[in-house]
Design a protein around this ligand. Sequence first.
Ligand code: CO
Length: 501
Amino acid sequence: MKATFEENLQDLKEYLKKIEYLNSAVSVLGWDMRVNIPEKGVPYRAEVMGYLAGESYKLQTSDLVKEYIDYFAAQGELDFLTDRMIKTVKKEYEKTKKVPEVRFMEYVSLTNLSESIWEKAKEESDYGFFKPYLDQVIAFNKEFIAYWGVKGCQYDTLLDFYEPDTTVDDLDRVFGEVRDAIVALLKRINESGKAPDASFLQGTFSVESQKQLIQEITAKIGYDYQAGRLDESAHPFTTGFFKDDVRITTNYVEHEFINALLGGIHEAGHGIYEQNIPAELQGTALRSASSMGIHESQSRFYENILGRSKEFWKYFYPTLVKTYPQFADISVDEFYKAINKAEPSLVRTEADELTYSLHIIIRYEIEKMFINGEVSVDDLPRIWNEKYREYLGIEPANDAEGILQDVHWSGGLIGYFPSYALGNLYNAQLLHQLKKEIPDYAQVVENGEFGIIKDWLVEKIHKHGAVYMPAELIKMATGEELNAKYFIEYINDKYSEVYGL
Ligand code: CO
């Protein structure tokens, strides 16, 4: 260590920048692998990425990092930003260091294998084939939780990686309220016997026209194409190498355009967030999103709160009609209702805005049970099906559309699902505050003054990077802790209008 605090802080920042450079390079290669790579190029690319990720890992877990952590711990009270920076570095360091390397390597091999087994099991709709692998993935996670330290419960330890400082107690409270509210609303919708006509959303829409429409709309709402680009991939995603180079993708089908468009707007929401995290946070380990839930709040704000609102389409309807003249015969109101049709379905990724959170809550309830040791893997298909019947009123006909639906658990991604639903709750609460601070919000959207909305989100969320925990950020932005009431009000108002309840 050098003589002064300032010198050591500067050195640490330089050191963290090297990690950022490596991670940025891995991200570029990863983007290219999902967007451009010829089929035969995949294995070698995976090797290169594996090597670079390994180098980044070595830097993150080196003895020097430990020296920095100890040095700053001995400095007494740190200024706020340095304190957050050191906490984050320490958390990352301990996450990897506390697990014996040999067990970690075994786990990596297991999850690679388990993902390919899952793929096959899903194809054949055979949970029995996948079950022993899932059982091992869960056992490994429980073992790791013991190394990391059990927080309130075992599941809390996993949740903390994606939604720092959020606990099962928090989620049980808000998700319980949301689940009951959606189930009740679906019942009312069902009893109304009404369903908007959405047939006109089907037709023939060339990929070129779709791409142009998405570019025009996402540029207008604030995604900066001089610091980004739109490409195509099987599953839409966003990846940022730095704030001035943030890429988004979407997936096109020719017989309908709305999924690619709203998917593109969703990714642009992630992209706008990343483009507005300040460059000054470089080298602090805080130049990222506050949490996965906050990230999803931004994408869903653009996709749902804006992109599925009537005001948004009042503004963009002429653009739509210019691209697809057949919509001249459809009113904005009919179009708005069509893109907000709500219907229980079995597949999460195809769910509408209303039922989506139920799919997530089901997964949360199940993973919480198997991590906290309340059920065996034998019981999972039955529990899955029962929950679908209870909350959505429908039941999968087989494992492929039930318990085997998502890739997440096979790859060890456990504790991640809640962020999707949290995103919906955060953004309804943000909307409530936004309307208080910008009382003519509806008119602002209808006039296409999206800069006003973007500036507000930058000020409240984006510019803080990962300096604050999600709960702190929401409290700073809205003056209150996470409260499910705003989302419940939002869906009740919206669907009462769409369905004339
Ligand atoms: Co997303």
